[in-house]
Design a protein around this ligand. Sequence first.
Ligand code: SF4
Length: 87
Amino acid sequence: MSSLQNATKTADGVMVNGFLVSPTIDKCDGCDRVREFEGEKFCSSYPNPARKWVGGRCNFATHIKLEAAAAQKVNPLKASKRAAKGH
Ligand code: SF4
């Protein structure tokens, strides 16, 4: 795992480019965007990974892309067109 770039430890927590970042959550495990810093894991794309998972999966998660692609195989627009044509 590569390390978090531009990260510094401050009294408030870990900062990256002036943003306070929160560690990743268990759902992030396996994602390519996870970076390490001072023994903790952080997301290279989001300062607050937990929030990315509220109400569904993180849309930038690299480890569950395959599942998402499979779910999108059925195109709702095409399906409704087919239904309208009557076959
Ligand atoms: S991109 Fe999403 S799943 Fe991946 S580490 Fe960041 S918050 Fe977690």
